[in-house]
Write a protein of this length. Structure first.
Length: 200
């Protein structure tokens, strides 16, 4: 059994041997090949995911166009904060960009753990607050930042993404066409080159 999720929890709190054992026994780990979907838009699903290995792209179809809204990689949670019980149709598609391995959970499993170890509810709340904050920051960025700013923020925060996904998905994520992304990249390269020349 993979211990990556256990290590994630241990960054937040200490775990007893019993807590570790129960967490390991409760884990449902699934392998998804590249190109497969965890969830399709419109489906009803209460599952949440913790990425052990691989990369998942979140996107939705807007006016017939594929619009990338997020990327999830190792040690990130994929969850819908407004649909924990799966009573609403999924608003997004989740597709594996790489062969991906995830731990699958849901609200029912979480409640069973909370009964046995009540303090896990506090840990769960901390995780949800972190994810909510990240989603809020991302939403604010879409409203206030220009595409070039979104590109720079993604590059600074998630440099690995640029080696793992096609450029047209990066372009879609920051809200431009691929040719506009090429111009942004050239502009930033030229700016860096000018700054190096001035510094030299």
């Amino acid at each position: 059994m993979d211990h990556r999720l256990i290590q994630y929890f241990k960054k937040m709190t200490s775990l007893s041997d019993e807590e570790t054992r129960v967490l390991l026994e409760s884990m449902v780990v699934k392998q998804h090949p590249k190109g497969s979907y965890l969830v399709s838009e419109g489906e009803f699903s209460e599952d949440t995911y913790f990425v052990l290995e691989g990369l998942v792209r979140q996107f939705k179809i807007v006016d017939g166009e594929d619009v990338t809204t997020n990327f999830f990689s190792e040690e990130q949670w994929i969850l819908s904060l407004d649909n924990f019980e799966g009573k609403k149709p999924a608003a997004y598609n989740l597709v594996c960009v790489e062969d991906t391995r995830v731990v699958i959970g849901n609200e029912h499993k979480a409640r069973e753990l909370f009964k046995q170890f009540p303090r896990f509810e506090t840990i769960s709340r901390q995780i949800m607050e972190t994810v909510f904050m990240e989603q809020q920051q991302q939403m604010t960025s879409y409203i206030t930042d220009k595409p070039e700013q979104r590109y720079v923020k993604l590059l600074q925060a998630r440099p690995d993404i640029f080696q793992r996904v096609p450029q047209y998905d990066i372009a879609s994520y920051i809200g431009v066409k691929p040719e506009s992304l090429s111009r942004i990249r050239k502009k930033l390269r030229d700016r860096d080159a000018n700054n190096e020349t001035k510094a030299g």
